[in-house]
Design a binder for this molecule. Structure first.
Ligand code: PNS
Length: 161
C-alpha cells in the first residue's frame, strides 16, 4: 500500500525522517509530498526543499519525494496513495490534525494515520530550527549533515545579499 507524508519540509529534519522511515516500515511505498504553507515564511524554495528531502531519503528505496500541487487529498489519490501519514508531537496538534483528517476523508474518502513522534524528536520543528539557525545557534543535531550545510550556505547567502 502507498502512503503519503505531506509537509512543507523547510527543511526536512531528523524528526521528519523518523516518521518517514516508520511509515516506510509499515506501508513499504511512501511518497513524501513537499508543499507550500502560505502561513509560513520559507527559508528554502520549493525546489530546494524537494532536493534536500530527496537526498535525505536516498537510502530508502521505497520512498519518493514529489512537489505537492493543489489539494493534498486529491494529489494523494491521483498518485495511488490511499493513506495520509501525519506525525504528532504533542496533544495541541491533535485538534487541528483531526479536523484535517475529517475534511480530507469527507472530500475524497482518504484515510489519515497518526504516528506519534519519537520521544527524542517531540520538541523539534522546522519553524524553531529556522529561528535558532538564523540567530546563530547550532542545529546540526537536528538535521542530516547535508541539510546542515545547506542551512549554513543559505544563511551566508542571505547575510551577503
Ligand atoms: O509542514 P506543514 O507546514 O504543516 O505542511 C502543510 C501542507 C503543505 C502539507 C499543507 O499546507 C497542505 O496540505 N497544503 C495543500 C493544500 C490542501 O490540501 N489544504 C487543505 C487540507 S490539509
Amino acid at each position: 500500500m502507498t502512503a503519503l507524508c505531506p509537509g512543507s519540509f523547510d527543511p526536512i529534519t531528523l524528526g521528519h525522517l523518523d516518521v518517514i522511515r516508520r511509515a516506510h516500515d509499515i506501508f513499504g511505498d511512501v511518497i513524501v509530498a513537499v508543499g507550500r504553507n502560505s502561513t509560513k515564511l520559507n527559508l528554502f524554495s520549493l525546489d530546494e526543499r524537494v532536493a534536500l528531502a530527496g537526498e535525505a531519503v536516498a537510502d530508502l528505496p521505497g520512498v519518493r519525494v514529489m512537489p505537492l500541487d493543489g489539494l493534498l487529498a486529491r494529489f494523494a489519490l491521483d498518485h495511488g496513495a490511499r493513506v495520509l501519514i501525519k506525525g504528532l508531537r504533542f496533544a495541541s496538534e491533535f485538534d487541528y490534525e483531526l479536523q484535517m483528517a475529517h475534511i480530507n476523508r469527507a472530500v475524497t474518502g482518504i484515510e489519515t494515520v497518526f504516528l506519534p513522534a519519537s520521544a527524542e524528536f517531540g520538541a523539534l520543528s522546522s519553524t524553531m530550527l529556522r529561528e535558532v539557525a538564523s540567530l546563530g545557534g547550532d542545529v546540526s543535531g537536528f538535521v542530516t549533515p547535508a541539510v546542515g550545510h545547506a542551512i549554513q550556505a543559505k544563511l551566508a547567502e542571505r547575510a551577503s545579499a
